[in-house]
Design a protein around this ligand. Structure first.
Ligand SMILES: [Zn+2]
Length: 185
């Protein structure tokens, strides 16, 4: 992971009168978040487990589906990632990853079994050794399967130890400068 200086910071204006859902408390900012960016908040436990998954096999790409909720808060899109499901049965090589029908069947079964209250808020996959970006095929996946405004892509390079989120902004998929970790226990 790219290490950035960590500061504890509550999101500005925690008045939730216009919002039935509470944002998580105990938030740590990683990197920089620009005005107008989607605010990604990921549970620390989920972040750690995905990192462990990403590092478990660097010979091929690995992926998962990100689950959670989204809300508009002060007019801004917030995505709260509170769980994930590994994309099993995917066709993977060192530089490609394809979610098969079997993958989607598994994900949908696990989602309704374990996380019926959560929705799909994005996906994650690894680029072992070749950096954090979205390939043409990744963009195709984002545009066709994760095209809602709150759906993000998360790319981890477990060899170069870098990672980054990508958001929908101005109808384009753009890299985010940072995100928030939250401590849910
Ligand atoms: Zn990719």
């Amino acid at each position: 992971m790219k290490e950035v200086s960590v500061e504890i910071e509550l999101l500005e204006n925690t008045n939730t009168q216009d919002c039935p859902l509470q944002l998580p408390k105990n938030i740590t900012k990683k990197g920089s978040i620009e005005e107008g960016d989607v605010k990604v908040l990921i549970a620390e436990g989920v972040y750690t487990q995905i990192e462990e998954l990403a590092c478990s096999d660097t010979k091929k790409e690995l992926g998962s589906i990100l689950l959670g909720s989204s809300l508009l808060f002060n007019g801004k899109t917030h995505v709260i990632i509170s769980a994930f499901i590994e994309a099993k049965y995917a066709d993977a090589t060192a530089s490609t990853l394809t979610f098969t029908h079997e993958t989607w069947n598994y994900i949908h079964a696990e989602q309704s079994r374990l996380y019926p209250g959560l929705k799909i808020v994005g996906w994650q996959h690894t680029h072992p050794g070749y950096g954090v970006f979205l390939s043409g095929f990744d963009l195709f996946i984002q545009e066709n399967f994760f095209n809602l405004p709150f759906q993000v892509a998360y790319v981890i390079d477990p060899i170069r130890k870098k990672a980054g989120f990508f958001q929908w902004k101005d109808n384009k998929v753009q890299k985010l400068g940072g995100f928030f970790l939250y401590h849910d226990a």
